[in-house]
Design a protein around this ligand. Structure first.
Ligand code: ADP
Ligand code: MG
Length: 804
C-alpha cells in the first residue's frame, strides 16, 4: 500500500545521473533522411543533456515536431533501455488514447530498423510486449494499473507522459503519483549499497501551457526545466465562416465537396465530434465521390441551397484572418453555394478515424492513398495532437467537440457537444501546415470564436464529478486523496465530502480504504451511486431494470409537468361568471387533465407508490412501442427525453457487458429488452435504488416523536411532509429550518390515502422552491421499509430478499 508522503518540499537531487552505455541503431537511409527533417532531432544533444542531468524534464513542441517518435529513440540509443545485468530498465511512454499507443509503437518499429523487436505496446485487452521489450508504449490507464501493484515502477528507467497538455484525469493523477515515485527512487538510490536506480520523468506537451506542472511546488519541489522546441511550420491561412452554421455536418459536407472539386491536390482533414456524425458524413461523401464496387461513379449529387436563420450578432463583419497572397482560396470562397457537387472525376480516399474504430482501421490513415486519390480523413479530436497524418493540406473544423460534462446539482454526467477552446482551434489549423502551406476552414464566425470560445480547455479533474475520481484513486490504493499532489488540486472540502459519500455507499471502510464493493463499483465509468446500483443489480438478476432506471434518472423526468397528479381532479369551480370562451378553455383543460391522469395510471401498476418504478415501466413500455412519437403523445411524455433515455440505456448495456461478463443474466443470456419484473424483483429494485441513495432517506413527519413537527405536518394540507434523515442515521429535523414536501409530480400525492402513504422513502433530488420561500421539495421517490432504512443508515450495504 502506498502512502502519500506528507513532507513534500524536499527537492530531488539534480546531480543524479544514471550510468548508461550507448547503443547503436541501424536505420534505413530513407528513415534517417526523414528524421533529419524533424525539429526534435536537430535538438537531440540539448534535450539529452537536460534529461541526463535532471530527474524531471518538461518538453514542449508542436504536434509533428517528433516528440513521440524521436525522444524514446534518443533514450534508447543513450542506453536507457538496455536490459542487461547492469539494467537501468525500460523506457515507458504513456498515451491518452489506444490508437496513439498502438500506432506510435508501430511507427517506431519501422523507424528502428534492426532494433524493431525492442519496441512493444500494451493497451487494455491487448499486449505486444516481450522480455526484450525496451521501449513500451501504453495507455495512461495501463501504467496506473501497474503502479497499483508496483509503486516504484522497478522495471522502468524512464517514464514519458505524453500529451500532458490534454490534462486528462489519468494524466494529472499519473504526474502526481510519479512525482512521489521519483522522490522515493532518488532517495533509495542514495542509500549505501543500493542497486536501485533513480527514475526519470519526461512530461511532453504540444502547447506551451505547462505552468501547472512547472510552477506547482508541491509536485517536484523545484521547478523542472522546460525545453521548448521551435517547430518549422508552413503558413496556414485561416478562413472563418461568414455565419456560424447550425447544421455543421451538412456544411462540412459542402466544404469538403468544394475543396475536392476546386482546389489543388492535398489531403483533407475534417474534425467532427463522434462516430455518428463521422459515419453520416462519410456515407454522403462516399455517394458523391467514391468508386463503387463495379468501378463506376455514382451519379453526381446536387445539393439544394439551404437557409439558416441567424441571430444578428452571429453575422461576422469581416474579421477573418486571410492571407491576401492566396487568391485561389479567396476565389473559392466567393463561389456560389448552389452548384453541382461531386463533379470531379478524381476519387476520394475516405477514411473515418475515431477511438471506437478497430485499431487496424484506424491505422489506415498512415498509409499513402492509392494513386490519383485525394486523402480525406474524417476524425474526432484524436487527430488534434496525438496523431500526425501525412499529406494534410486542408483542415475543415466544425469547432465542436464531445466532452464529458457534469451537473453538480443532479450529479448527472453526460456527453455534450460543445465549442472547442481557442487553443484547440489553433492546434486543428496547425494540422494543415505540416507538409506545405495549407488552409483551415472554420465553420464558425470569428465573432463566435471571440465571444464563445474559452482560451483553454479546463483540466478534466476540475470539471469532472469528484466522487468518481476519488473512487478511482482509492482503487489505485491512494488512500490520502486530500494530500495528493494534483497539478491543479480540487477543493479539499469537496474531496472530503466525496470520501464521506463513498463510505456511506460502502465503497470505503472505516479507514478510508477501498472495499470489495468499491472495487466492483470502480469498474463502471459512472457516478458511484449509479455504479453501486449496477453492481448490486448484477448480483441480483435485475440488471436490465437497473440499467433502465439509471438511464432514466440520469436524463431526468420524461413526464410532462403541465398537469400534476397532486392537484385534485375535481376542484370546485369558483363562483364567478365566465365567458363562453373561458368556459371552453376550462373544459378543455379539465378533459386533458383527466386524460393525463388516466395515462399516467398505466405506469403506476408495478408499484403505485414509487416514482422510480413508474419511470421504469414507462421506459420498458417505450422499448416495446411501435410508433415512438405516438406513444409519447398518448402518454404525455417528452419525446426527446425518452429518446435520450433509450440511447443511454443502450450505451450502459454495452458498458456493463464489456466490463463484467459476470453481469450476464442468470443463465448466461442477457435480456436486452426487459420483460415485466416479477414481484420479488420489484422488491429488489426498490432496495437497489435505496442502496444507491442510502444517504437520501426521509421519514414521514407525523411519525416522528416531536410535537412541533407533528403539528406542522397536520397543519399543512397540500402535500405530505417528510423529515430528512442525515447520513449518520440521525433525524435531520432542521434542514436549514424546513421540512421536505413531496413534489407535485410524485405519485405520492394529496389524494393518496393516509394508510397508503409510505412511512419511509428514498429521494433522488432536493429541489428548493424558486419563489424565495424556504420550502424544499423531494423527488422522485421510492418507498422503503423501516427495517431497510435502519440497515442502510448504518451504511451497511446489505440487501435481504430471496433471489427469484
Ligand atoms: P509529435 O509527437 O511531436 O507530435 P511525432 O513524433 O508523432 O510528433 O511525429 C513526427 C513525424 O513523424 C510526423 O511529422 C509524421 O510525419 C511522422 N510520422 C509519425 N507517425 C507516422 C506514421 N505512422 N507513418 C508515417 N509518418 C509518421
Ligand atoms: Mg506526439
Amino acid at each position: 500500500r502506498s502512502e502519500t508522503p506528507e513532507e513534500i518540499s524536499v527537492s530531488l537531487n539534480p546531480s543524479t545521473v544514471i550510468k548508461t552505455t550507448h547503443v547503436t541503431v541501424t536505420r534505413t537511409q530513407e528513415i534517417e533522411e526523414s528524421r533529419m527533417l524533424l525539429p526534435v532531432v536537430s535538438e537531440e544533444q540539448r534535450i539529452m543533456e537536460v534529461i541526463n542531468h535532471n530527474p524531471c524534464v518538461v518538453l514542449c513542441g508542436q504536434t509533428g515536431s517528433g516528440k513521440t517518435t524521436q525522444v524514446p529513440q534518443f533514450l534508447y540509443e543513450a542506453g536507457y533501455g538496455s536490459l542487461g545485468t547492469d539494467n537501468p530498465g525500460m523506457i515507458g511512454i504513456t498515451q491518452p488514447r489506444r490508437v496513439a499507443a498502438v500506432s506510435m509503437a508501430s511507427r517506431l518499429k519501422t523507424e528502428m530498423g534492426d532494433a524493431a523487436d525492442r519496441v512493444g505496446y500494451q493497451i487494455r485487452f491487448d499486449s505486444a510486449c516481450q522480455p526484450e521489450t525496451a521501449i513500451k508504449f501504453m495507455t495512461d490507464g495501463v501504467l496506473l494499473r501497474e503502479l497499483a501493484t508496483d509503486f516504484l515502477l522497478t522495471r522502468y528507467s524512464v517514464v514519458i507522459v505524453d500529451e500532458a497538455h490534454e490534462r486528462s484525469i489519468n494524466t494529472d493523477i499519473l504526474i502526481g503519483i510519479l512525482s512521489r515515485v521519483l522522490k522515493v527512487r532518488a532517495e533509495m538510490s542514495q542509500e549505501e549499497g543500493s542497486t536501485t536506480r533513480p527514475l526519470k520523468l519526461i512530461i511532453m506537451s504540444a502547447t506551451l501551457r505547462v505552468s501547472d506542472f512547472v510552477e506547482n511546488k508541491t509536485l517536484f519541489g523545484v521547478s523542472p526545466p522546460v525545453i521548448k522546441i521551435d517547430a518549422r511550420q508552413f503558413p496556414v491561412t485561416t478562413h472563418f465562416a461568414k455565419r456560424t452554421s447550425l447544421k455543421y455536418v451538412d456544411d462540412v459536407y459542402k466544404k469538403v465537396c468544394k475543396i475536392h472539386n476546386k482546389l489543388p491536390p492535398g489531403g483533407i482533414l475534417v474534425f467532427l465530434t463522434g462516430q455518428g456524425e463521422i459515419r453520416q458524413l462519410c456515407s454522403k461523401l462516399k455517394k458523391s465521390f467514391c468508386k463503387t464496387s463495379s468501378s463506376e461513379y455514382t451519379p453526381k449529387v446536387r445539393l439544394s441551397g439551404r437557409e439558416v436563420t441567424l441571430e444578428a450578432e452571429d453575422v461576422d463583419f469581416g474579421n477573418d484572418i486571410q492571407d491576401e497572397e492566396n487568391s485561389e482560396a479567396e476565389e473559392f470562397e466567393e463561389s456560389s453555394s448552389d452548384e453541382m457537387l461531386g463533379c470531379t472525376s478524381q476519387p476520394l480516399h475516405l477514411l473515418p478515424l475515431y477511438s471506437l474504430l478497430p485499431t487496424s482501421e484506424q491505422l489506415k490513415v498512415f498509409q499513402a492513398p492509392p494513386t490519383d486519390h485525394r486523402l480525406c480523413v474524417v476524425a474526432t479530436n484524436v487527430a488534434e495532437t496525438s496523431i500526425t497524418i501525412p499529406g494534410i493540406r486542408y483542415v475543415v473544423d466544425s469547432g465542436k467537440v464531445k466532452e464529458k460534462s457534469y451537473n453538480r446539482d443532479t450529479g448527472v454526467q453526460s456527453y455534450d457537444v460543445k465549442w472547442i477552446s481557442r487553443a484547440s482551434a489553433e492546434q486543428r489549423s496547425g494540422r494543415a501546415g505540416r507538409t506545405g502551406p495549407g488552409h483551415c476552414y472554420r465553420l464558425y464566425s470569428s465573432a463566435v470564436y471571440e465571444r464563445d470560445f474559452n482560451e483553454f480547455t479546463m483540466a478534466e479533474i476540475n470539471r469532472a464529478p469528484i466522487e468518481g475520481t476519488v473512487l478511482q484513486m482509492k482503487n489505485m490504493n491512494i488512500d490520502q486523496v486530500v494530500k495528493f499532489p494534483f497539478p491543479t488540486p480540487p477543493e479539499s472540502r469537496h474531496l472530503r465530502e466525496a470520501e464521506e459519500l463513498l463510505s456511506c455507499l460502502g465503497a470505503l471502510d472505516s479507514d478510508g480504504r477501498i472495499t470489495e464493493l468499491g472495487q466492483s463499483m470502480a469498474a463502471f465509468p459512472l457516478s458511484p451511486r449509479f455504479a453501486k446500483m449496477l453492481t448490486i443489480g448484477g448480483q441480483h438478476g435485475c440488471l436490465p431494470y437497473v440499467i433502465s432506471i439509471v438511464a432514466g434518472l440520469s436524463v431526468g423526468s420524461p413526464f410532462l409537468e403541465e398537469f400534476s397528479l397532486a392537484e385534485p381532479l375535481d376542484v370546485e369551480d369558483e363562483k364567478q361568471v365566465l365567458t363562453n370562451e373561458q368556459l371552453c378553455k376550462k373544459e378543455q383543460r379539465k378533459r386533458r387533465r383527466k386524460e393525463f391522469f388516466v395515462a399516467q395510471q398505466q405506469f403506476m401498476k408495478l408499484d403505485p407508490m414509487s416514482d422510480v418504478l413508474k419511470l421504469l415501466s414507462v421506459i420498458c413500455a417505450f422499448i416495446y412501442s411501435q410508433d415512438k412519437q405516438e406513444f409519447c403523445e398518448k402518454f404525455f411524455l417528452r419525446p426527446k427525453a425518452m429518446e435520450e433515455i433509450d440511447k443511454l440505456r443502450k450505451q450502459l448495456t454495452e458498458i456493463v457487458l464489456s466490463n463484467s461478463p459476470v453481469a450476464l443474466g442468470r443463465n448466461g443470456t442477457y435480456e436486452k429488452k426487459p420483460s415485466l419484473p416479477k414481484s420479488v424483483q420489484i422488491k429488489a429494485i426498490r432496495q437497489i435504488v435505496a442502496a444507491g441513495f442510502s444517504d437520501q432517506a426521509a421519514v414521514r413527519a407525523d411519525l416522528v416523536p416531536s410535537e412541533s413537527i407533528k403539528e406542522f405536518a397536520k397543519g399543512f394540507k397540500k402535500g405530505i411532509i417528510y423529515v430528512v434523515v442525515a447520513r449518520s442515521g440521525q433525524l435531520e429535523t432542521c434542514l436549514e429550518n424546513c421540512l421536505a414536501i413531496v413534489h407535485s409530480s410524485s405519485v405520492i400525492n394529496c389524494k393518496t390515502t393516509r394508510q397508503a402513504v409510505p412511512d419511509y422513502i428514498i429521494y433522488q433530488e432536493l429541489v428548493r422552491s424558486s419563489g424565495g420561500s424556504d420550502r424544499v421539495y423531494i423527488k422522485p421517490l421510492t418507498p422503503i421499509s423501516a427495517q431497510h432504512l435502519t440497515i442502510l443508515a448504518k451504511s451497511t450495504p446489505l440487501i435481504t430478499y430471496s433471489k427469484p
